[in-house]
Design a protein around this ligand. Structure first.
Ligand code: GLN
Length: 208
């Protein structure tokens, strides 16, 4: 299994470390053609405007939209979640626009308002998941097509899934808990087995 990590800026080294611990091939992705051999892609945390500008300079925006349309599982953490959203309420930026969400950047204020907390995320982990929020965004609105995986105690949405797209406002790559990464790898392997079923089906249709 090959899960690439967008490596323009931000927490890509941390994601790659965890993927390797989980025995997954984890190439750094910087160029459009590198997207073609992947089973999954992670867009890390960092600074969303910087990452977006670099994605523009490296001609990555359309190619990422295309692999997403073709069904590649993609997971965005923190800034990555902002880049996946269709709408950002407090900033003029054209994102990748792949998830039916409206997000708010820096929703908890500046760096001093960063915090850590234990979240209930039943689909990801039986135990509470220790989550690190750093100048984090929140999901202000999610269409019914979006499954809500976790909320803060006040109801704020902080983790979501929409088919093959996954996003969270915090940084699982900064903890030793591998469950969120394992959850994403499960999504990736489901897609892979779906692809091979398709191939077998197409083969049998050709034969019949
Ligand atoms: N505040 C950052 C942004 O708007 C996101 C922070 C993060 O990824 N930790 O891009």
């Amino acid at each position: 299994m090959r899960v690439g990590v967008l490596a323009l800026q931000g927490t890509f080294i941390e994601h790659i470390g965890i993927l390797r611990q989980l025995g997954v091939e984890a190439p750094l992705i910087r160029l459009p053609h590198e997207l073609n051999t992947l089973d999954g892609l992670i867009i890390p945390g960092g600074e969303s405007t910087t990452m977006l500008r670099l994605m523009e300079s490296f001609d990555l925006i359309q190619p990422i939209r295309k692999v997403a349309r073709d069904g590649l599982p993609i997971w965005g953490t923190c800034a990555g979640m902002i880049l996946l959203a269709k709408d950002v309420s407090n900033y003029e930026m054209e994102t990748l626009g792949l998830m039916d969400t409206k997000v708010k950047r820096n929703a908890f204020g500046s760096q001093v308002h960063s915090f850590e907390t234990d979240l209930e995320i039943p689909l990801v982990s039986e135990e509470p998941f220790h989550a690190v929020f750093i100048r984090a965004p929140i999901i202000e609105e999610a269409k019914p097509s979006v499954e809500i995986l976790s909320r803060l105690p006040d109801g704020t949405i902080v983790a979501i899934r929409q088919n093959r797209l996954l996003a969270c406002a915090f940084h699982p790559e900064f903890t030793d808990n591998l469950r969120f990464h394992s959850y994403f790898l499960n999504m990736v392997s489901q897609k892979r087995s779906h692809n091979s079923e398709d191939r077998i089906l197409r083969g049998s249709q050709l034969r019949s």
